[in-house]
Design a protein around this ligand. Structure first.
Ligand code: 4HQ
Length: 248
């Protein structure tokens, strides 16, 4: 997968994308991230990338022409038929399902806005999809772009390593994960549940599934409405509903 990022602050991307799994994905040529500074595509003496809004009011708007030049110069012939994603609170909210859909693409362009946002003609001319990482307001689209890249990177086949494959993720399965333990067996009087040290694989599997269902029922009961549940899951949830109600 190749991701072209258009931003006024390309340096923001260095730390998060040069460590751990995303670094390894790039080293192994599973992922290529190209950062482009929109300011490099200005043609005026002062390299201006924003201007005041028509109609008045506060704030600054990112100009369309530097963004248009950046996209045309960098993407060239690929531009008409590749996804161009604007990170914005007005976009569809990023979920694991949206991520799985975007992960099918071989190439993506991400546009990061600053200030009050981008001139509407950026949307009209170039943007094919608009993504929000959640209902809160950030200072720019850079952190959302990094969140999206992180989510996509671990869905690339081979990026994670077999042990923690993405199929079993919380949210890929539609329910939350239950508790996990590692050594020591006792810490400050708190012990590891006996079932996990008993060596009975089928019992461990069932226990983990039930713990995951219990946690989902307690914390995110609405997820159970669309989760893939078998008969054993439904019976277990019936017993749970009797012993403790979910929070309001
Ligand atoms: N912003 N999800 C405003 C966001 C945001 C979000 C990005 C702030 C764009 C202009 N982006 N700028 N939430 O809050 O994606």
């Amino acid at each position: 997968m190749q991701i072209d990022v258009f931003t006024l602050f390309p340096d923001m991307f260095v730390g998060p994308l040069t460590e751990s799994i995303i670094a390894r994905a790039q080293e192994n040529n599973l992922l290529t991230i190209k950062r482009h500074n929109i300011r490099d595509f200005t043609t005026d003496k002062h390299h201006i990338t924003d201007d005041t809004p028509y109609g008045g009011g506060g704030g600054m708007i990112m100009k369309v022409d530097p963004i248009a030049a950046a996209l045309a110069t960098t993407l060239g012939d690929a531009l008409p038929d590749m996804p161009v994603i604007l990170l914005s609170p007005q976009g569809r909210v990023l979920t694991q399902q949206v991520a799985q859909e975007l992960a099918r693409q071989a190439r993506l362009a991400l546009i990061c806005g600053r200030y009050e946002g981008v001139d509407e003609r950026v949307r009209q001319l170039f943007v094919t999809d608009e993504i929000s990482i959640g209902d809160y307001v950030l200072t720019g689209g850079e952190l959302p772009a990094m969140v999206l890249i992180d989510v996509l990177a671990r869905l690339i086949p081979g990026a994670l390593g077999a042990a923690d494959a993405a199929e079993n993720d919380s949210h890929a399965t539609g329910i939350l994960e239950g508790p996990h333990y590692t050594r020591p067996a006792t810490f400050r009087g708190l012990t590891v549940p006996d079932v996990l040290t008993g060596g009975h694989h089928a019992r461990i599997q069932r226990w983990r599934r039930e713990q995951a269902l219990r946690r989902t029922w307690q914390r995110r009961p609405e997820l159970l409405l669309s989760a893939a549940l078998d008969e054993a899951d439904k019976w277990f949830l019936m017993t749970l509903a009797e012993e403790d109600a979910p929070p309001p």
